[in-house]
Design a protein around this ligand. Structure first.
Ligand code: ASP
Length: 365
């Protein structure tokens, strides 16, 4: 799926004054609008190659960074992303982890938050930045947001603390004016340049005249050991969105899907659902069959609080665990990740309701 590493991009600084302290950044190009061009016949945007993309960012040569790149053999619209693509991205990063100070992943915006969440769970003991960015307008468009996003991403991936460590040591999404924790962010606009937000966690950095890091918000755990990459994902999961009027036959049909092992239930408000006996009984039947059920809220801001209303208490008494303030993207990728780790049910539930890498706030209830 990926091609061998390309030769370094000819940054001006590389030609002028190379030196041991220059940051080395690997760009991984997967596709997305940033590199797309218009199909002459259909007029629809289609992914294009990395050379086209980089030719449109001549300013990249001014950066004091050594940059190399690798690209998907067939760059894709991120709507086609699946766990095998996450594995390809992770493989490139793991294979080149020791050789680079940071990684910039160019990716479509549609499923960027899923990829960011998935990568955050895959990389245990991550000690370097993985910055994911893209754009709303193609890089060849005169009004593109891609150039600024790419250049800022390279600068953020190169940033170091005064004692020389990478400033960012986690998976993050960079878009327009902000850097967000990857497993906290959601695409909230298909139109605005500020396309991402993180309702339950502050920005890791903001961009204006300068790059302002929020050091309090950045993951600061001293890594406990060697980098370990977990490649497995169990895709026998589903997301069920409640709505007033949802019918028993529909719910039971979904919960009885053959092979299903985990369900993310998107409930109302602080984690509430219908009090109808059939609903609670359908939940209980599913959890008693061993299906791991996780309660997250349809609200993008705030957390599930299962004991606040009896409409939520019934759900937790049926064996559904709280996903606290997890995003939908983080909850489904975390569930796929944990189900593939070979843990028993209690362990999956325990890890699912606790933070692994800053994806949830567990102190609210
Ligand atoms: N459909 C595109 C994608 O996700 C949208 C974008 O990149 O903004 O690949």
């Amino acid at each position: 799926m990926t091609q061998p590493l390309r030769t370094p991009l000819p940054t001006a600084a590389a030609a002028n004054h190379g030196g041991p302290s220059r940051p080395r950044i690997l760009i991984i190009y997967t596709g997305g609008t940033i590199g797309m061009i218009e199909n002459a016949e259909t007029r629809a945007l289609e992914p294009f190659n990395f050379n086209h993309l980089i030719e449109n960012v001549p300013k990249i040569k001014l950066l004091d960074i050594d940059i190399e790149s690798v690209e998907f053999t067939d760059p894709i619209d991120s709507s086609s992303m699946n766990p095998s693509h996450w594995q390809s991205i992770a493989r490139v990063i793991e294979d080149h982890y020791a050789d680079f100070d940071g990684f910039v992943v160019l990716h479509g915006t549609d499923t960027m938050a899923y990829t960011a969440s998935a990568l955050s769970f895959m990389f245990e003991n991550l000690d370097k930045p993985i910055i994911i960015t893209g754009s709303q307008l193609p890089i060849g468009d005169v009004r593109t947001d891609g150039e600024e996003n790419l250049i800022t991403a390279l600068q953020v991936a190169s940033a170091r603390t005064p004692d020389g460590r990478p400033m960012v040591r986690e998976v993050a999404i960079l878009f327009e004016d902000f850097l967000w924790r990857g497993n906290r962010a959601t695409k909230h606009s298909s139109d605005n340049f500020c396309a991402f937000s993180s309702e339950n966690y502050p920005a890791l950095a903001s961009f204006g005249l300068g790059i302002h890091f929020n050091r309090e918000a950045l993951l600061n755990q001293t890594s406990k050991g060697e980098l370990k990459v977990h490649y497995g994902f169990d895709t026998n999961v589903m997301m069920v969105d409640l709505f007033p009027g949802i019918q028993e036959n529909v719910v039971r049909h979904m919960f009885n899907t053959p092979g299903i092992r985990g369900i993310v239930l998107k409930t109302f408000g602080s984690g509430n659902g219908p009090s109808d006996p059939w609903f609670i009984s359908a939940l209980r039947d599913a959890t008693e069959r061993g299906i791991i059920m996780v309660n997250i809220s349809q609200c993008s801001n705030g957390s599930v609080m299962p004991g606040r209303y009896s409409a939520g208490l019934g759900i937790s008494q049926a064996g559904v665990i709280s996903g606290h303030d997890l995003t939908a993207e983080a909850s489904v990728t975390k569930l796929m990740h944990l189900l593939a780790r070979g843990f028993n049910r209690e362990q999956v539930e325990e890890y699912m309701s606790n933070s692994l890498c800053g994806e949830m706030t567990t102190t609210i209830e």
